[in-house]
Design a protein around this ligand. Structure first.
Ligand code: C2E
Ligand code: MG
Ligand code: MG
Length: 401
């Protein structure tokens, strides 16, 4: 059966307890996977922080004590670009309209402006519009950070790292996590890579970011290891950072200082980003010689994948999510997925499917023998201090999402 709302995470913000409960009941009835609630803007921001800012839909009242809905929309626009919003308010229609104009300006996807009272059908319609917007590929505009904002975040060490689990598909055993950088900005809150990686690279600041991510991720992995949780950590490396010839020695030294061996660390290099300089081959070879894992990331999105696969000593192939999500329902996607899997396997690599969001795709991956899955179905990225608890709950539930 089609359950279009099962993957949705909705945040409901209203100062009235009865409206929050009413909305939660309707959304649950409509099959929404996760409904979060907050009583005002400040509480909503705190909730966003605990879930990595990854909500699909915000339903918010506009007039609330403390941080009001308008200010909340501005903050959400900065921290969750493109997110869908539905406002509910007893304010007059013209005022509601001007708020919706503002929200659109902020890059939010406005699904509607409900007056009070509203009913179940209004919410049902809004969810239908949500799916319609997503289906028609509405763009998610991002507001990139400026070089100065990035420089200041790096200087003040406002880098945070969130982690997304990677699990074996046959046993559901957690094998590792991928470290994903975020920047804490005083104005926007926690900012995701889409708003800073490109400019960080272009502005020559990626090396600084990479070194800070390495420090944080390996320190966290050291902490988990001391708690008895041995997880492999994947670290994303841009081609401009990989040109530092001393990178393998540096990572090895940081790992050793936290009691970790190179075999617990996998360097992920995005296929599309790979340069062709000899430094890349040099650094990759020395990572492997020291025992680090080496992954080709976002496989399927780059240009010259095949020659590179042959000439670089990769241990892992990560199939990009566009060839994973929806594979069970599309012959074309499935064909690319299966060929990538076959290629990775024949070259002796461990194959990871990225962006696994739907149970049917997981089942397909199981059937075709893919090794590892990563994606929202297992877990969204989470802060480091949530990883050990998550891993324990995952194990207790027998590895079920
Ligand atoms: P990536 O390395 O391919 O990381 C996976 C991205 O896919 C993450 O986004 C993750 O949150 C997202 N993702 C995982 N599962 C799902 C899913 O089921 N559905 C959807 N829609 N998305 C999913 P994030 O954290 O925004 O990172 C985006 C990219 O930014 C990364 O892609 C990586 O290329 C880059 N990046 C992140 N951290 C760093 C870093 O420390 N250094 C460098 N150079 N690049 C980084
Ligand atoms: Mg990656
Ligand atoms: Mg990737």
């Amino acid at each position: 059966m089609d359950k279009p709302n099962a993957d949705l995470r909705v945040l409901v913000v209203d100062d009235s307890q009865s409206i929050r409960s009413f909305l939660k009941a309707i959304l649950t009835e409509l099959g929404v996977g996760e409904v979060l609630t907050a009583e005002n803007g400040t509480a909503a921001i705190a909730v966003l922080d605990t879930c990595d800012g990854t909500i699909d839909l915000l339903i918010s009242d506009l007039a609330m004590p403390g941080m009001d809905g308008v200010e909340l929309l501005r903050m959400v626009g900065q921290r969750c670009p493109g997110v869908a919003v539905l406002t509910i308010s007893s304010l007059d229609a013209r005022l509601r309209f001007s708020v919706s104009q503002m929200a659109q300006h902020l890059g939010l996807t406005v699904l509607g402006l409900l007056g009070k009272p509203f009913g179940e059908q209004d919410i049902r319609n809004a969810l239908d519009r949500y799916h319609e917007v997503r289906r028609t590929g509405a763009v998610m505009p991002t507001d990139p950070m400026s070089d100065a904002e990035i420089a200041s975040a790096l200087h003040d060490r406002r880098v945070e790292v969130h982690y997304q689990p990677k699990v074996r598909i046959d046993s559901a055993h957690v094998v590792g996590v991928e470290a994903l950088a975020r920047l804490r900005d005083p104005r926007r809150g926690l900012v995701h890579p889409a708003a800073f990686i490109e400019s960080t690279e272009a502005g020559g600041q990626i090396e600084n970011l990479t070194y800070q991510v390495i420090d944080i991720a390996l320190r966290d992995a050291g902490t988990w290891a001391r708690e008895g949780l041995r997880l492999n950590v994947g670290i994303n490396i841009s081609s401009s950072a990989i040109c530092r010839l001393d990178l393998p020695e540096h990572v090895e030294a940081v790992a050793a200082s936290h009691g970790l061996s190179p075999s617990q660390i996998t360097m992920e290099i995005t296929e599309a980003e790979m340069g062709s300089g000899s430094e890349l081959f040099d650094v990759c070879a020395r990572f492997r010689i020291r025992g680090f894992g080496l992954a080709i990331d976002d496989f399927g999105t780059g240009e010259s994948s095949l020659p590179r696969l042959r000439s670089l000593p990769f241990t892992e192939l990560k199939i990009d999510r566009r060839y994973v999500d929806g594979a069970a329902r599309s012959r074309e996607i499935r064909a690319i997925l299966e060929s990538s899997l076959d290629l990775g396997r024949r070259l002796g690599m461990s194959v990871v499917a990225e962006g696994v969001q739907q149970v049917e795709d997981w089942q397909l991956l199981e059937q075709i023998g893919c090794d590892i899955a990563q994606g929202y179905l297992v877990s969204r990225p989470m802060p480091g201090d949530k990883v050990a608890g998550w891993a324990l709950r995952w194990k207790q539930r027998g590895g079920n999402a």
